[in-house]
Design a protein around this ligand. Structure first.
Ligand code: OAD
Length: 251
């Protein structure tokens, strides 16, 4: 049955002219980065509002960086897995025109995807909210053992924030506009490794479906948008996506 479904997804993508993918934390799970929800998810250990809201960050940057100190090494040392590589191959072969991601880990770019739209920003850079200076996250991470919270190297400010969207912050408007424009023009919408409970990101597949795209959902568990899917594949993206890419004929 799974092979049949992957085959059907391959057929849809083979004839797509404007296929796009939306990815979530599940696509990086096999790279060793824990997801947010579900068993072992980050939000079962931490309260997202306390850890990842802009209000809390401004109130207590040390609390934010204490969690980042623990989580950072797994994220910063992660390498793309076969799922990321398969998405890059699908783009290279002309079956996908872009990957829209909720992830901030940069692994799609590392895998070679050229057009990545980061809806929730990038966790690889840190910016001082006082003077605007930017630094690599890896450099800030390396001084967390002795400096908490980390201080801006330019102005000494205490509000060094990764360039990610925290709860309570606005979404990046250019990325949102680009993502929705792609969704409205898409003929196939692949969603991989997202619980699809966070909006406005979860609205993107709905916009694609409303505009006539066929929806393919690849996820380890059920999502609220499954009923809109033309093809539903329950499985691990690092296994399903390479199988899908292997079935494709060149665009
Ligand atoms: P979630 O953690 O909410 O969902 C990850 C989904 O991936 C779950 O439905 C899992 O079942 C599934 N999954 C886990 N491992 C998988 C695998 N190997 N293959 C396929 N699926 C797998 O992550 P997101 O949907 O990305 O926002 O979460 C959306 C947003 O919520 C995040 O960007 C973050 C978070 O709060 C911000 O930080 C703004």
């Amino acid at each position: 049955m799974i092979n049949g479904r992957i085959g059907r997804a391959a057929e849809l993508l083979s004839s797509a002219h404007a296929g796009i993918a939306l990815t979530g934390a599940g696509v990086s799970a096999e790279s060793g980065i824990p997801t947010f929800r579900g068993e072992g998810g980050l939000w079962s250990q931490y309260d997202p509002v306390k850890v990842a809201s802009i209000g809390n960050f401004l109130n207590d940057p040390t609390a934010y960086w204490s969690v980042a100190r623990e989580r950072g090494p797994a994220v910063l040392s992660a390498r793309p897995n076969p799922g990321h590589a398969a998405l890059a191959a699908l783009e290279e072969a002309g079956h996908l025109v872009a990957v829209i991601t909720q992830n901030t880990d940069g692994l799609h770019q590392d895998a070679g995807t050229q057009r990545v739209i980061e809806l929730h920003g990038s966790g690889r850079t840190v910016q001082c909210l006082d003077c605007g200076a930017r630094e690599k996250r890896a450099e800030v991470q390396s001084r967390l053992a002795t400096e908490m919270p980390p201080l801006c190297r330019m102005c000494g400010g205490i509000f060094l924030k990764p360039t990610v969207v925290l709860f309570g912050e606005a979404m990046p408007i250019p990325a949102m506009q680009e993502a929705f424009a792609l969704a409205r023009a898409a003929d196939v919408m692949l969603v991989v490794g997202s619980s699809l409970v966070v909006y406005p990101a979860a609205q993107i597949p709905l916009a694609a479906v409303e505009a006539g795209a066929a929806l393919v959902v690849i996820n380890a568990e059920a999502t609220p948008l499954d009923r809109h899917a033309e093809v539903l594949i329950r499985g691990r993206s690092g296994e399903v996506l390479p199988e899908l890419a292997a079935l494709m004929s060149p665009a």
